[in-house]
Write a protein that binds this ligand. Sequence first.
Ligand code: SF4
Length: 388
Amino acid sequence: MISKVYFGTARQALLEAKETLPAKLDLILEQLHLRERVKDARVVIKMHTANNIGYSTIHPVFVRKVVQAIKDGGGKPFVADVPWDTAGAETRGYSAESLGCPVYPAAGPDEKYYYEHKRPYKNIQSWRVAGLIQDADFLVNFAHVKGHPSNGFGAAIKNLALGCMTGETRSQMHDSMHFDQYWFPAACPDPASAIPQIAAACPFEAVVEDKRVPGTMHLHMEQCNQCGRCLKVAPSGSLKIDPVNFHSFMEACAISVSETMSTFQPGKAIHLNLATQITPVCDCFGFTGMSILPDVGIFGSDDIVAVEQATLDALAQSSLIEENIPLAMEVHFHQGHPFRQLHGPLKDPYLTTEYAEKYGLGSREYELVDVFPLKKMERSALPYTSAN
Ligand code: SF4
């Protein structure tokens, strides 16, 4: 199946408002027939409201456009996110006054309002879907595109995978990276001296001794870019930097999204990716870094897999802006997608869409429809004349 993905480029030909992204978002919402699909529906707009002093999530101007379209169609919109992000969201510009609809913690202020979905996967037995998400009739999944330390990038899939679950499930999803064994103590006869040496070899403080089990090593997968320095000093066979650990989180994200999407009737969701101010790590960090890729634009589709694939493909046409990467990070690998180069070869962002397709969430095949193609500028045919 080939899914349609509507796209508005961040570029403009003319200096006119209609050529800028909020206006193109309106065109995308028209193409997706949002107004015609939400009459009398409780519509949840799932977005990341960021925290602390992060300012690069979706600007309220865009959210207000979506809210207005839902109201025009007779729907009842509200914004939902995890509680420590909605608490104080108004300090980052997300309030009922600015957005035109309320902002709620998706599972209540203490995350006690949820539905349990039993589905064993590695260390996870059940998935706690936030109550307000499951209760909604229609979903607008509105994601900001950026890098992510666990699966290379975060956009529509991650916005639902983490943001629609309670904290307990979110923690278990991160812990799934530790389910498969990567430290083999039998191959390390002297852990008291070996573990500090291995830890010292990692410039990113990704290796630590496990405080709960002395003599055992713990790998912070989020901080690991798979450079391999630790393997050079670890006793042979004691440590693995293995794809299975990194890929578990991506697979868990796909399962999580399939549980959330199972609570919506077919045709009752749209997915939007805003690819601007693309920072190296996710908006949970509570700050905004410099852009590590140029702004690309906005994408919208009924198909969450297609919208992710189209977004990744568009970003792949640019190169990392290496001078904007924080000095604490390192690009040691120069193949494949820019996010893979930034976060390491085992955090290939395309794997997220592969898992999502495997779990029946949509299609990686898509047709890209530009809602406002750039006009070719006609220049004078006269020979070059100096402006001076
Ligand atoms: S592979 Fe590199 S980044 Fe990862 S733990 Fe080892 S030294 Fe640290």
